[in-house]
Every structure is written in C-alpha cells, then in structure tokens.
Design a protein. Structure first.
Length: 270
C-alpha cells in the first residue's frame, strides 16, 4: 500500500494550508478546509476497513453517506500542518446519514475535525447539487474582505458590483457574484444552513466581520477564487476615501461577458 503522506491530495492540502497561512488569511487556528476525496483513490493509501474511532457530527446529511473527506482539525494552526500533517489533518468517512464520521487517518493526538464541520458539509451538499465537480469548501479570514464588511453596504448586488469594478478579472473569475451574510454565531448549524443556502447561487459567501467561504473543483481553484476577491477588496480600501474619476463600466463588463463567454448574475449589470 502506498504511503498516505505521498498522496497527491494530501501533498496539495499541505501546500495550500501553508500558502494560506503565509498570505495572512489564517492567523492562529483561524480557518478550515474540507476536500471531498475519491474513495477508490483513498483505498490506494489506507485500509478502508480500519476505523480508528467514530466522531458524532451533530447534523444529518444523507447525501454524503459513505463519502470521504480530508479536513483540517479543530484548534489546529495552519502553520503547523506542513510539520505534522497527521496531527493537524484527518480523513473521515460519513456514515449513518452523515450523523457519524469514521476517522480513517489523522488527528493522531486525539483531536477531531474543525468546529465548522457542519457548515462545510452543508455547503458541500449545496454545491454538489449545483455542480458535481465542486469538491472543496474553504474558509479563511482575509483582512481586506473582512474590513470591507465594516464600511460597505452589505447588499449582495452592491457588494458584488464594487468588487467587479476594482479589477477587470473579477467578473470573469466569479461572474455569479458574492453572497453576504450578516454577523452570525460561528460553529453552529444555523450559520451552516444559512451559508449552504447562499452557496446554491454563488461560490463565495462572505461572513460579515468574520471572513469568507469559498467553493471550487479543487484546492487551487478555490484558493484563486478567494485570492481574486481579496485583491479587489484591497483595491477598494485603497481608493474608497478618494474621489473616483474612473471605473469599469457596465458596458465594459458586458464586453467581458462576450470576450470570455461568461454570464454575469442576472440583474447585477445595468
């Protein structure tokens, strides 16, 4: 059997968590990632009949029955993943309609998955119903997007349009826009359900005064999605207090739609 530490999905998770920490998105134990794995691929590295222990999930998700996820741990620091992946990461398989998680590898210090696990799994269900290729849910605390929620109208159309206007690539990268939630208590099923509902219409969901959730087909795409929105927020904060003399017009964004064969979210462009 192959070494799990050499599995491409694990190598990429280590690289991604390290990169996110270096970007300043995941201070201390802030942020979490879950990656839906191919069960047959996991079986090349692990004995699928060997369950280390079972962890209650606190929610129900029959759509995810039998599916395996690589997930970051609760209270774990992204900066430490590269040094001890078996402590800071875990591979779990959902059973009993998602109410139980069988630990197949990782969390070797007795830990368990992130406290945001319910929000992640609910978002996976939502995104998979829209696009079966969306296998990643990523949560982090990018400073500029977080800051933007203090000074910008939280109306989703207005928030999206501001980001689109900050950088030409934005409407191309996330043409469906950005959804926004008001401040809610984190680590609860309530915020998980609210996030999942927002995930049905966009791959980016901003948690006001907290951070952002992103979804995509792989770790690279999802990282790039958040990175693009965060750069746009940074530009906005640099110019928001200055008189605006130029912008990317709706006419220009319609040209981008045609050039890149995309469709902006209905009603978001004039």
């Amino acid at each position: 059997m192959k070494s799990i530490l050499e599995a491409p999905f694990l190598v990429e998770m280590v690289r991604t968590t390290t990169n996110m920490y270096n970007h300043g998105w995941d201070e201390r134990n802030g942020g979490n990632i879950s990656l839906l794995l191919d069960t047959d691929e996991v079986a090349q590295y692990l004995d699928m009949d060997k369950v280390i222990r079972t962890i209650p999930t606190g929610f129900t998700a029959p759509e995810l029955e039998g599916k395996c996820f690589l997930v970051t741990g609760t209270g774990k620091y992204f900066k430490n993943v590269q040094y001890a992946p078996d402590v800071n990461l875990g591979i779990v398989r959902l059973t009993e309609k998602g109410q139980q998680a069988e630990l197949l590898w990782g969390f070797s210090d007795g830990g368990q998955f992130t406290s945001e696990f319910p929000a992640h799994m609910m978002s996976h269900v939502a995104r998979l119903s829209v696009n079966p290729e969306n296998r990643v849910v990523m949560h982090c605390h990018p400073a500029n997007l977080l800051a933007m929620t203090y000074v910008h109208d939280l109306d989703e159309r207005a928030f999206t349009r501001t980001l689109w206007q900050m950088c030409t690539e934005c409407i191309v990268v996330f043409p469906e826009g950005v959804n926004v939630l008001p401040w809610m208590l984190c680590g609860t099923n309530e915020i998980g359900e609210a996030t999942a509902e927002k995930m049905r219409t966009a791959r980016l969901v901003v948690w006001s005064q907290h951070g952002i959730y992103g979804a995509g087909k792989d770790l690279d795409e999802t990282f790039g999605l958040i990175e693009t929105a965060e750069k746009a927020a940074e530009i906005y904060l640099k110019i928001a207090h200055l008189p605006l003399k130029n912008t990317i017009t709706d006419e220009a964004m319609h040209l981008l739609e045609k050039r890149f064969n995309i469709k902006a979210r209905e009603g978001y462009l004039d």
